[in-house]
Write a protein that binds this ligand. Structure first.
Ligand SMILES: [Zn+2]
Length: 243
């Protein structure tokens, strides 16, 4: 009985999702269906393996993967219409290991989606007993020092440059911590922990306020719900909860 219910429910949900995508954009729906049919999960397609799962966890994971496919295809359709190099209309071509990738027939080259890269830093004193948090943009909340990576610049160098520019402090060590893609600004955010020489910043105009905190205080004061909070708590506890 439970199996029957689950199977009927799943079928209805899958059908509903595919028809809603089809309504949105016929091309996208076609690509999603093709991808779903092609993708392998445990030796069978996600649709088939999901029907075998018959549980809530399976439903959640299937919905997530479907959402990801749909978002990826929609992004492709909306953002990658023309070649960045020559302006020709892009088509898509299958690339081994990558799936369908935007392709320029004129340049005869793949055009991977473009995104920004930025760094954010957990800035600590030399003994790593304190963390500096800042306030910016007239907002009354503590965040981490951050900045965009320039073209041609290594991310580690961005860390050194940004800390010097914003706080006037010299970075003495840089360690990669964690990364997260932030869809809001189409940015891959790379988080580092850095140590600095000295504890007296000479901040530039971008900084409204700064303060050194103990690790516990920093965890309590960092802007709730921010990416900065995810990075800081993740670093301090070793657990990340990005979604
Ligand atoms: Zn081109």
């Amino acid at each position: 009985m439970r199996e029957l219910k689950s199977s009927v429910l799943t079928e209805a949900i899958c059908f509903d999702m595919i028809s809603s995508v089809r309504k949105m954009n016929a091309d996208v729906a076609q690509q999603v269906e093709r991808r779903l049919g092609k993708a392998e999960v445990g030796g069978s397609s996600p649709l088939i393996s999901f029907w075998k799962m018959q549980d809530v966890k399976g439903l959640a994971s299937f919905l997530f993967s479907f959402g990801w496919y749909r978002k990826k295809e929609v992004d492709f359709m909306l953002e990658m219409k023309h070649c960045m190099q020559c302006g020709a209309k892009l088509t898509s071509r299958y690339l081994e290991g990558e799936g369908d990738v935007p392709y320029c027939e004129s340049c005869q080259d793949f055009r991977f989606p473009v995104f920004n890269t930025a760094v954010s830093m957990i800035v600590m004193n030399e003994s790593k007993s304190k963390i500096i948090l800042i306030k910016q943009y007239n907002k009354n909340r503590y965040i981490l020092v951050a900045g965009y990576v320039n073209k041609g610049e290594d991310a580690e160098d961005t860390c050194v440059r940004e800390v010097k520019e914003e706080l006037g402090l010299d970075v003495t060590s840089v360690h990669f911590n964690h990364s997260h893609y932030f869809a809001g600004s189409n940015t891959l955010m790379l988080n580092f922990t850095v140590t600095v020489d000295g504890e007296m910043p000479t901040p530039n105009k971008e900084i409204d306020y700064w303060k050194w905190f103990t690790k516990e205080e920093a965890a309590q004061n960092i802007a709730p719900g921010s990416l900065a909070e995810e990075f800081l708590l993740g670093y301090l506890t070793g657990e990340y909860h990005f979604h």
